[in-house]
Design a protein around this ligand. Sequence first.
Ligand code: FES
Length: 579
Amino acid sequence: MSDNTPKKKLRSTEWFGHNDKNGFMYRSWMKNQGFPDHEFDGRPVIGICNTWSELTPCNAHFRKIAEHVRRGVYEAGGFPVEFPVFSNGESNLRPTAMLTRNLAAMDVEEAIRGNPIDAVVLLAGCDKTTPALLMGAASCDVPAIVVSGGPMLNGKLDGKNIGSGTSVWQLHESLKAGEIDLHKFLSAEGGMSRSAGTCNTMGTASTMACMAEALGVTLPHNAAIPAVDARRYVLAHLSGQRIVQMARDDLKLSKLLTRQAFENAIRTNAAIGGSTNAVIHLKAIAGRIGVDLALEDWTRVGQGMPTLVDLMPSGRFLMEEFYYAGGLPGVLRRMGEAGLLPHPDALTANGQSLWDNVREAPIHDPEVIRPLDKPLIDDGSIRVLRGNLSPRGAVLKPSAATPALLKHRGRAVVFENLEHYKERIVDEALDVDADSVLVLKNCGPRGYPGMAEVGNMGLPPKLLRQGIKDMVRISDARMSGTAYGTVVLHVAPEAAAGGPLAMVRDGDWIELDSDAGRLHLDISDEEYASRMADVQKSLTPPGGGYRKLYVEHVLQADEGCDLDFLVGCRGAAVPRHSH
Ligand code: FES
């Protein structure tokens, strides 16, 4: 039975609830939009935080989603107000959308805190928009629910399915190896992105949508319903309806985003074969709500969890098939029945526990959501690697790697930065073979700046022509969630912050042991100390503006790459008024 009486005084009454000069001004200006008197009668004001932008193609359909949220809010007796925030589009933004994730989070936080908003619906889609919105809202700790934009329909080329990102990397490698021509390569463009929505692979956008669902900050099925499926709009409507009651019940994010919720998400990431970017984003979100998540939690909680979801880039299918197969509720049910859901009692946005939401979830296709005794990968966890090359950690996604390379010793071929890599990798005289270890520096949070998704650097064309498909690659960069390979990422500290990665030279021997969690530069202690003394922390921030602020304050990958002064929850106390 719903109770329409708010459990505590609503924030919005500080704006609209007084019949004095200030109340007059707050209400009067809003009335220029045609809102009648009764909208200001003390009903919950629901912010619809919209990352719509034509420059973020994955979120370009969000005005329609917002309309359906609005219907639900009105139906439940709330007062919906839509507002725009910075939109991080992965495909267009340079140098990388990661540079502006924290800018967007600041925008969200201050927009919520400074306005008459009691609770908020977060419209997220493209990769960085989900963490940015959750980070900003978490720092305010208001009631919030995420509505994702949903994935694109399956891509198509010559009658076959092709996946966002993943197929681009594959087709590009084939082009470089001379297996296909340019015409064939370009003909995939239109068919790959043929509907509204986010990448249809289990890339970072789908991963983060699954993370939001596993964290309990969405309604069930939010992650996988295709963007153009009418049920996506039903979910938006129901989320709008639900957030009104969450506002009345003061069901704040801190009641959902608990340590238990993060552990559920970490285990779920292994089950779905999720993106390595989740490691950084979950850490950043946790930091905003006061949950101390360590890199080792990914090993401790995730290890041993098989990957059940057979989706690209690790597997065969795409998000459309994932939804038809049962979506994330199906996966969570499988996990729960096997006792592999760490905290089934965790509270979710609809007021029920995670387990209550999924205990009867059907699974329609065991090829897509595989049974535990026939997993896609026996252990889908993300490995944390430490050693003298990554004292503060690095990560590796074994499910996207070549098993034979997970324990490897090879000679380094070093690229000082991305430009050096581009220039050198095509050099037919480059001293490199299939056993070499490609090392890319200065692509971390400070070095790039913004931590580029270039860790899955392409292989030397001369090796591709020999049929080599994978090599060990190490960098302080990130990797697109749609990418694959034996790729060591997020090396911390990064080269540009004086990390040991900066001292690696051509020909050095490097040892990788995924099972042992080890990444080692095989030089003597004396040589190591001598080279470290030479490593300069000589980073010149690129000009001024936001980039200067970012480079001076960004934390390393193991800390979630938030800005140091943004970590933590500052609450939603109403700021003083200005007139
Ligand atoms: Fe936006 Fe992949 S580029 S979701």
